[in-house]
Write a protein that binds this ligand. Structure first.
Ligand SMILES: [Mn+2]
Length: 317
């Protein structure tokens, strides 16, 4: 399906729910809030859904504090729309609501996308917000400063401040257009990367100081245990961005982060400098993402999980 076809279908809707993924990041929030504002300008009623708490640092974005849990969403809707969600599990428990609708949309930029909706549009862009920028342009909606700030948030966070290899000339073109429309780049970067709590800083130094190397330093692993969170008075969404540090070590080709989310259950994030396709590794465990950045959920003892994942990297180096 083309983006033009998606746009003409969206134009006919009067009442929709937009879904953001679990552990919401700047891209999924930027996409959802921007699309909400754009559809509202066309007269559509929009509800935002996410079954995880949205971190407060995103509340400067218009609409970011209006998300509802799927169990609180009732009534009739013309469609359900997912943004930046690559697969069913990325919705977490909200998928049980999403799957009930006959008219669903999946707008995403993950190459591992499973095309789980009735209407799917997947394009390999740096940030999903690049797709939403194009979509809003096709819809003919004037981009106001609120929409511009939402979309710039996604561009900045998913491309690591325009520094990851997924940042393209199109990413910068979009950013330039959004700044013309009133998006504040300096403020966005400060909010996302230069404004952390002391609790997060304490957790970061603790987790990083326990970093372990494998395969002659080609793999670096960091682990955030429940105990680390407790001792630092921190919450699990504060670990976002931790994985960037191990990858800065010269010898490291792949960085792996384990976050203890339950009893013998870990959320795994992978980052690669390019030699190893970490989307492949995440896919082995029902996860996915991008070639250089991916994630999965694994059960078991952390030592066993690390052994297994280091072995998976070794096979690909
Ligand atoms: Mn994204």
């Amino acid at each position: 399906m083309t983006l033009n076809e998606i746009a003409s279908k969206l134009k006919k809707l009067k009442n929709v729910v937009i879904f953001s993924h679990n552990r919401p990041d700047g891209d999924t929030i930027g996409c959802a809030t921007a699309l909400k504002l754009a559809l509202e300008k066309l007269g559509t009623n929009v509800v935002l859904c996410c079954n995880a708490l949205v971190p407060e640092k995103f509340f400067y974005i218009k609409g970011a504090n209006e998300y509802k849990n799927s169990k609180d969403i009732r009534g009739e809707f013309d469609a359900f729309i997912a943004v930046d969600c690559s697969c069913e599990s990325m919705f977490d428990t909200a998928y049980s609501l999403f799957r009930t609708h006959k008219n669903t949309f999946n707008i995403d930029h993950h190459i591992s996308n499973t095309h789980y909706a009735k209407n799917n549009y997947v394009e390999d862009t740096g940030a999903c917000c690049e797709i939403i920028y194009k979509l809003i342009t096709i819809l003919g909606v004037e981009i106001c400063s609120d929409i511009a700030n939402s979309l710039l948030l996604g561009l900045v966070t998913d491309t690591g401040n325009f520094g990851h290899s997924n940042a393209t000339s199109n990413t910068l073109y979009c950013a330039s257009k959004l700044m013309e429309k009133g998006a504040n780049l300096c403020f966005t970067v400060k909010k996302m990367f230069k404004d952390q709590s002391r609790e997060r800083a304490a957790l970061y130094t603790r987790v990083i100081s326990n970093m372990q190397y494998y395969l002659d330093g080609q793999v670096a692993v960091i682990v955030t245990n429940k105990k680390d969170l407790e001792d630092c008075n921190a919450v699990d969404n504060m670990t976002e961005g931790f994985i960037d540090f191990p990858l800065t070590v010269r010898t490291v080709e792949v960085a792996i982060s384990l976050l203890e989310v339950g009893n013998l259950q870990y959320k795994i994030s992978f980052r690669s400098k390019g030699k190893v396709n970490v989307n492949e590794i995440a896919s082995l465990y029902g996860g996915g993402g991008h070639v250089l950045a991916s994630g999965a959920m694994l059960k078991g003892y952390k030592e066993d999980i690390i052994d297994k994942l280091v072995y998976n990297v070794k096979q690909r180096l």
